[in-house]
Design a protein around this ligand. Structure first.
Ligand SMILES: Cc1ncc(CO)c(N)n1
Ligand SMILES: Cc1ncsc1CCO
Length: 219
């Protein structure tokens, strides 16, 4: 059994909890309050910039040139999505970019990714960024399949991005790279990959939860 199949079995209960979150249920029905979505978007723009940075770092650390190419394209993709938020939802919903600073959870997640990208084994670094691809694809596709066709959803563009074919191609490429690295990894490295994947999946849950609560710094 390949590593991604095994790790998904472990992550499955976390994924089920992510789907059931009020943020995602309300996003699916188009009833998520605009304030909560706007908070999420503003935090996600900050997230995507550092995520892109982490992907570029990993790209530079990989050995295989096909893998390097894939990660530099993922890094480009993350920055393109970050730019699209600014010209799309930010303008549409009137977000003041200057006023946005990272929430505790956003900072925790981006710093986790940047630390793994910079100093962990590259296999573990790839595993750490994988939920950003895979969880978003699964959530996007779930919401896309469940949404009601007769109703306009203000968050349609978000849903279409992550349920779309272009994103799916990136996800499949990232999964294949992770499996290839796991295939050649020793047991200890494979276990570290699994742990990094599970931690990042928890952080995905926390990122949506923080947006729903519009999390701020306690002091
Ligand atoms: C928090 C978060 N994780 C993953 C993605 C998709 O890459 C995103 N846009 N935001
Ligand atoms: C995972 C991911 N999320 C937004 S862009 C990107 C890389 C794929 O282009």
């Amino acid at each position: 059994m390949n590593w991604t199949t095994k790790v998904w079995e472990e992550a499955r209960p976390l994924y089920d909890k992510i789907i059931a979150m009020p943020f995602n249920q309300e996003l699916m029905h188009g009833t998520l309050p605009l304030q909560k979505f706007t908070f999420y978007m503003a935090q996600d723009a900050l997230y995507l910039k550092d995520f892109g940075r982490a992907l570029a770092i990993i790209g530079g650390r990989l050995t295989d040139s096909d893998h390097m190419l894939a990660f530099s394209e993922f890094a480009t993709g993350a920055i393109v999505v970050e730019r699209a938020l600014h010209t799309g939802y930010f303008k549409l919903f009137g977000v003041n970019e200057q006023a946005v600073t990272p929430s505790p959870t956003c900072l925790l997640y981006t710093h986790f990714l940047l630390t793994k990208a910079a100093v962990a084994n590259v296999e573990e670094a790839v595993a750490a960024v994988l939920p950003c691809f895979w969880i978003y694809q699964k959530v996007g596709e779930h919401i896309y399949a469940q949404q009601r066709a007769d109703r306009e959803n203000p968050y349609k563009e978000w849903i279409d991005t992550y349920a779309g074919e272009a994103f799916s191609k990136s996800v499949n490429r990232a999964l294949a790279i992770a499996d290839k690295l796991a295939e050649h990894a020793d047991l200890k490295t494979e276990q570290a990959m699994t742990e990094a994947f599970i931690t990042a999946t928890r952080l995905e849950w926390m990122f949506w939860d923080a947006a729903y609560r519009q999390e701020s710094w306690p002091i």
